[in-house]
Design a protein around this ligand. Structure first.
Ligand SMILES: [Zn+2]
Length: 266
């Protein structure tokens, strides 16, 4: 039997130790990398989830093609109820809604919404909420008078005309651009609070309207989180009739009318 040379034995031992050493390095390297890599994966998954979530959040119009088709169908079936009036979109001059008086003849609304309005206010009444309708249909002429009155008030304070006009148009729409001219919009104040201010949203009656008006075909027209799109400050008192199908769709998908339009006509 041949005896192994001591040199060869040492080199086998050396190779064994080297292998262990490399394996050790690889093990620790992997263990060290595994934690942050894993954490990063989780982080990016989380970010993806959040992104997906924010896509369908109030500011994004991210509806799937089935929902888009539904929106277009609703629009085709109720175009006259969905007329868009805003800072850019002027109401045609010959627009003349059939009107019906409300509030003991003090105000008028488009007769299309009369029954739904009556049912809504009656059901709200059953829940203990009473309202005072501050404004409904307004003629183009009346809208112009309101603008002129506001401008005059600022002129009286010493503002020049251009400045006063600019100031007024921050709050009031120019004639031909107010939704009230359609007869489809109402300013509904709670009887417990006569102020047409943001304080309305604290009233239980206003909360009831914001949560239930869609069931009767109304939407909160100028929501808090859509001011950039509507170009109107949050108005918790201003409700707009769009018909039940559109109101349900708009409420469910948290849209404003401008967003609904964007989907419906594209
Ligand atoms: Zn209004």
């Amino acid at each position: 039997m041949k005896k192994k040379k001591p040199g060869k034995r040492y080199s086998v031992l050396f190779l064994f130790v080297l292998t262990l050493f490399i394996a050790g390095i690889l093990f620790f390297y992997h263990a060290y990398q595994a934690v942050p890599l894993n954490a990063m994966d989780q982080e990016s998954l989380y970010t993806k989830k959040e992104k997906k979530k924010s896509d369908s959040s109030p500011k994004g119009v991210a509806l799937d093609s089935r929902q888009q088709k539904k929106c277009q169908k609703i629009y085709q079936n109720a175009k006259e109820l969905l007329v868009l009036v805003n800072r850019e979109q002027e109401l045609s001059e010959d627009y003349a809604p059939a009107l019906r008086t409300i509030s003991n003849g003090r105000l008028s609304v488009s007769e299309i919404l009369y029954d739904d309005l009556r049912n809504m206010l009656s059901d709200a009444g059953d829940s203990g909420h009473q309202y005072w309708i501050a404004s409904a249909w307004r003629s183009r002429k009346r809208q112009q008078e309101l603008v002129d009155e506001d401008i005059q008030a600022l002129l009286n304070k010493g503002m020049d005309y251009e400045e006063a006009e600019q100031e007024v148009y921050k709050e009031t729409q120019p004639a031909g651009h107010s939704e009230h001219e359609t007869g489809l919009a109402l300013d509904i104040l709670c009887s417990s609070n006569p102020d047409m201010t943001i304080s309305q949203e604290l009233e239980a009656g206003n909360q009831w309207l914001r949560e239930n008006s869609w069931k009767y075909g109304f939407i909160l027209r100028y929501p808090k989180d859509k001011e950039e799109l509507t170009q109107i400050s949050y108005e918790p008192w201003h409700f707009r009739y769009v018909g039940k199908a559109a109101a349900k769709f708009i409420y469910r998908h948290n849209l404003c009318l401008e967003e609904f339009y964007q989907i419906a006509v594209n």
